[in-house]
Design a protein around this ligand. Sequence first.
Ligand SMILES: [Zn+2]
Ligand SMILES: [Zn+2]
Length: 304
Amino acid sequence: MRSVGVCGSDVHGYAGVNRRRTPGTVMGHEVAGVVEELGTGVDRLLPGDQVVINPIVSCGECEYCRAGLENVCPNRRIYGCIAELPGAYADSFVVRATNCVFFHGPVPLEWGALVEPLAVGTRAAKQGEVGERHEVLVVGGGPIGIGAALASRRRGAQRVVVSEPLAHRRELAAGLGFEAIDPGSEEVPRGAFSVAIECVGHSVTLASALDAVRVRGTVVFVGLAEETIELPATPLMVGERIIVGSAAYSNEDFRDTVEWVASGGTDLAPIIESRVDLDGLPAAFEGYADGSIDALKTLLQFQN
Ligand SMILES: [Zn+2]
Ligand SMILES: [Zn+2]
């Protein structure tokens, strides 16, 4: 194991905010590492290979898997999210060879641990069919929002605005070349965007995303802060706006994101704001849970 990202969903599970993790689960699903040992019959990998782990185990047989939509496979399971598939907050990690994706490029291997959250953004921009000449609003400047903003730019969007209440995260978004606005003090321009990518998932953030897109514009819904939220009916119906969900990433989205991260085309170093070792990990969880840490991404680092 080399680097493992601390994910908001892990912190929520730890804090008991939702039931997406059960006690006894070894968490850690944002993983970059080096192959140490192979099981019998594995010939695609060699010890020493640098890999990123796609943590989704899909069945490969259902109609969705056959269509390349492993992210909605009804039989999918995720390493580090259930007790039966232990994750990578550990000095070694056993994983199916098919879930390993080669990470080759001029960038540090630790950037590989950013692939998983950034791939969620890759999927969201694809679901919104973001293209050239599009103006895109990203609601929420956390790792998923930053991933969606970066993916929108890769797809040719001419303007990408990130709406984020935390000053520190706005600065980070601005440093990556995006316009950043504070929804608490600045008016989000109404009807100004072709696509809004909602990465938070509250009633108020969905409403602002719907307000921000023009007639027949699209809101991509990728946040999941609450199980049930309000839906403003008028902009949806009268303006023929579209809301589309976006879940995790397909295998193709993941591979595309690995290639882009490894290519070094974008400097992703600013996203990694904190590093801890295994002994420091509990304090990082406590800090995220009580709000005293707001590092965009903390990585668990191993010395080897
Ligand atoms: Zn995650
Ligand atoms: Zn399937």
